[in-house]
Write a protein that binds this ligand. Structure first.
Ligand code: 5AD
Ligand code: SF4
Length: 457
């Protein structure tokens, strides 16, 4: 669908919606990663252009969209159960449209399941096809059959409207898809090959966000280091960093094999790029890394860490680790634990390996029993919690800059925010701090959060 066709579909849906008299509600549920959050902002942007208004009650919605995740089986099962919960909404309101988008809808077996067992789902759209939302809605409200758009044209680089939800924080997708084919990962199959946005589009969008007062901008991509348009990622980052204003830049995710000296050099001299680097290690064992098709060794990974810490001693490092990968021996797991104690990450997201249909690792013979993987996972969590706490302790007694996000859910007087290094901080404050950089004196450190007192706004 080209932009003119999309525009025509938007106008046609809008006309039908307006004819009904009262505004129609859209309810969007997002699962998974930041990329999905960013995609949902585009789905919402398209829905707004078609005349839908946000509702926080699915019972009042005329359109329910689920943006799904396929990274682990648990995520898929949770999504299917949430979709099941909307059956009642459809019974109460037969004109309700339910659309399923995101990574699960690019898996043939899941689409078959949605088609057969979830008759109240009206359409699916793959991650590449979200720009077809207006067409999917128009077809269906014009009396068309249920549609499962598996092979829709690629729309990820199209200029789609964005309805941002993050206030003073914003995501900017710079590239889509992945070429790496790590042997456990479904992403290259469901998000296709790498495509990068033109640098001029990215620069224009970031400038506009800064002008609008957005303070914290995260550049997104499955592997931002392989961004390539008329410039590479380090050049783009340096160009963005040169934009004047009061804002910070983050980016994720980076692949260790592509974290180049040129990138580290930009980070060393940057004004706005935050001292935070998310660099998934996945395993500390070279033999597991080999079978994961990660294309680096632990030593190569450590050399990147050393360079980053050399140029920015204040840098916070976070990582992803998978335990229970097929064939992972006790020694392999000990290698991972040793790596964690040597590197001393500020935080780690750890996952129990989940076989994904169609990936090479799912076919490997020596799958690890759930109890063994579970025990390794628990030990990793416990030991990393101690390391994270130790990494946070030196901040006690210091004054740090924090971007205030707002009150916590449980206590309206306790606010939270993030340090430049991305660490979560709780403090007593009022609404006047929200979206501002404030100075907080750190009184106490835990593994996953710091607690402090505001000393200047
Ligand atoms: N099982 C468990 N964890 C996985 N990840 C990706 N695929 C799988 C899988 N099949 C993890 C990786 C990745 C993070 C986003 O999710 O650690 O970096
Ligand atoms: Fe998946 Fe590897 Fe691509 Fe990351 S780099 S999305 S883990 S295949």
């Amino acid at each position: 669908m080209d932009n003119a066709e999309r525009r025509a579909a938007i106008e046609a849906v809008k006309e039908k919606n307006i004819a009904g008299g009262k505004p129609l509600g859209v309810y969007i549920v997002t699962f998974g990663c930041q990329q999905n959050e960013a995609d949902s902002e585009r789905l919402r942007g398209l829905a707004h252009e078609m005349g839908y208004v946000d509702t926080d009650n699915p019972e009042n919605a005329a359109l329910i969209l689920l943006n799904t995740c396929a990274i682990r089986e648990h995520a898929e099962l949770k999504t299917l159960s949430v979709i099941g919960g909307f059956k009642k909404c459809k019974e109460n309101n037969p004109s309700l449209l339910i659309g399923v988008c995101g990574c699960m809808t690019a898996e043939g077996h899941r689409v078959d399941e949605l088609r057969r067992r979830y008759p109240y789902v009206d359409f699916t759209l793959t991650p590449a096809g979200i720009g077809d939302l207006p067409k999917a809605i128009l077809d269906r409200i014009s009396g068309g059959r249920r549609r499962f758009y598996m092979d829709a044209p690629d729309t990820v680089l199209d200029p789609l409207p964005v309805a941002r939800q993050g206030g003073h924080r914003a995501y900017v997708s710079i590239m889509f898809g992945c070429n790496n084919f790590c042997s456990y990962c479904i992403v290259p199959y469901v998000r296709d090959r790498e495509r990068s946005r033109p640098s001029a589009d990215v620069i224009r969008e970031v400038k506009a966000l800064i002008n609008d007062g957005v303070k914290d901008i995260t550049l997104l991509g499955q592997n931002v280091n392989s961004y390539r348009s008329d410039m590479d990622f380090p050049t783009l980052l340096a160009r963005l960093d040169a934009i004047p204003g009061e804002y910070v830049l983050r980016f994720m995710t980076s692949h260790p094999k592509d974290a180049s000296d040129a990138l580290i050099d930009v980070i060393a001299h940057a004004v706005h790029v935050e001292p935070h680097f998310h660099l998934p290690l996945q395993s500390g064992s070279d033999s597991v890394l080999g079978r994961m098709n990660r294309r680096y060794t632990l030593e190569k990974y450590m050399s990147v860490v050393r360079k980053l810490r050399d140029v920015r001693p204040d840098i916070a490092l976070s990582s992803d680790i998978i335990v229970g990968f097929p064939g992972e021996t006790d020694e392999d797991f000990e290698d991972t634990m040793r790596a964690l104690h040597t590197i001393r990450f500020d935080s780690v997201y750890s996952f129990i390996y989940s076989p994904r249909k169609g990936t090479p690792a799912a076919e490997m013979t020596d799958q690890i029993p759930a109890e063994v993987a579970g025990a390794r996972f628990t030990r990793l969590l416990e030991e990393q919690a101690d390391i994270s706490r130790e990494r946070n302790l030196p901040l006690v007694g210091k004054n740090v800059r924090v971007l205030s996000d707002g009150p916590s859910k449980t206590d309206p007087t306790v606010f939270s925010g993030r340090t430049d290094a991305g660490k979560l901080v709780h403090f007593k404050a009022d609404a006047s701090t929200v979206g501002k950089f404030i100075t907080v004196h750190i009184d106490r450190a835990e593994s996953f959060a710091l607690h402090g007192t505001v000393i200047s706004k």
